[in-house]
Design a protein around this ligand. Structure first.
Ligand SMILES: Nc1ncnc2c1ncn2[C@@H]1O[C@H](COP(=O)(O)OP(=O)(O)OP(=O)(O)O)[C@@H](O)[C@H]1O
Ligand SMILES: [Mg+2]
Length: 292
């Protein structure tokens, strides 16, 4: 279960990227997050991966309180997530097998586990025949499949994808979405940020729409509206907006960004440090560096 209560994120620049979000995503759901550029989708994604810390409010992911989690436990938390990006972020000096195996090596899996698990995952993602290929010799759709295989190899509870089909043509977009649907049918919660209206219409899943840092609609696959935060005195479309701070029609209105804007957020730095740690030559490793 993922639950956000009165979540706000204000960047150090003063930009209020997330203005007040309340949201619940149950285990096993498939959810699309859509919205215009700059509406706060990637910021929400980074809050869920704890790359960023909320300025205020509460984020609980599978019982883990992301506002209170100790830094040393953040890597452990992230292992409960699979993460996929628009630009794939593969290791370009390693073949398909090693890209997926890498995620297993990071958690200390044995060579025999890796030899069993990786081929299974490559089969699921339709890459069985490509295990020796290097990413540069793969199509965009194939590269994204490798990224998905890597994200899934440690059996995360939640798969988070930020525009996973942003660099793909409509055929590959369709194929990747179908793969995500398969993954979801096997029990993983799937959250996909996308600009692909065509896919959203075709897939018939829950759709959360963001605008200017707020959720402005939340619809079930049947097209039923789930209740969303209503803002009095102005709305996310900007119509009728007053200069006054809008009143939020929920019980707890303590969590406004203005209340603790001075908070410094160094979680991003720690995330980078952790990435550097993960990218170091591993104990069984080849000594090669991770390329981005
Ligand atoms: N590191 C940052 N520092 C300051 N402001 C930021 C930062 N990252 C994003 N923003 C701002 O926060 C707002 C939300 O950005 P975000 O990246 O979450 O949007 P998005 O919905 O993912 O957009 P897109 O569809 O273009 O990817 C925007 O106004 C953006 O300019
Ligand atoms: Mg984005």
């Amino acid at each position: 279960m993922i639950e956000l209560k009165n979540v706000c994120k204000t960047y150090e620049t003063g930009n209020k990227a997330i203005r007040n979000i309340n949201l619940r995503i149950r285990d096993g759901e498939f959810v699309f997050i859509v919205g215009k550029s700059g509406s706060g989708k990637s910021t929400l994604f980074k809050l869920l991966t704890r790359e960023l810390k909320a300025t205020s409010g509460e984020i609980m992911v599978n019982g883990c309180d992301l506002g209170r989690i100790k830094r040393r436990n953040i890597p452990k938390y992230r292992r409960t997530l699979g993460v996929v990006f628009q630009d794939f972020r593969l290791l370009y000096d390693r073949n398909v097998f090693e890209n997926v195996a890498f995620a297993q090596r990071v958690i200390g899996a044995s060579n025999s586990e890796i030899k069993k698990n990786v081929p299974e995952m490559l089969k699921l993602t339709g890459l069985g025949a490509k295990y020796k290929a290097y990413p540069n010799h793969l199509s965009g759709g194939e590269q994204q499949r490798v990224a998905i295989a890597r994200a899934l190899i440690n059996h995360p509870q939640v798969l988070l994808a930020d525009e996973p089909t942003g660099n793909l043509d409509s055929y590959n977009t369709h194929e990747i979405m179908k793969l995500l649907e398969t993954v979801n049918s096997m029990g993983t919660t799937v959250i996909v940020i996308t600009h692909s209206k065509e896919m959203v219409d075709e897939m018939k899943k829950r759709v959360i729409t963001m605008d200017k840092g707020l959720i402005v609609s939340d619809e079930t696959p049947e097209g039923k509206s789930l209740s969303v935060m209503t803002v009095r005195g102005g709305n996310a479309s900007g119509k009728g907006r007053s200069r006054k701070r809008p009143e939020i029609s929920v019980e707890n209105t303590d969590y406004w960004p203005d209340t603790n804007e001075a908070e410094t957020d160094d979680s991003e730095k720690h995330y980078q440090e952790e990435r550097r740690y993960e990218n170091r030559p591993d104990s069984r490793g080849s000594g090669k560096r991770r390329h981005r």
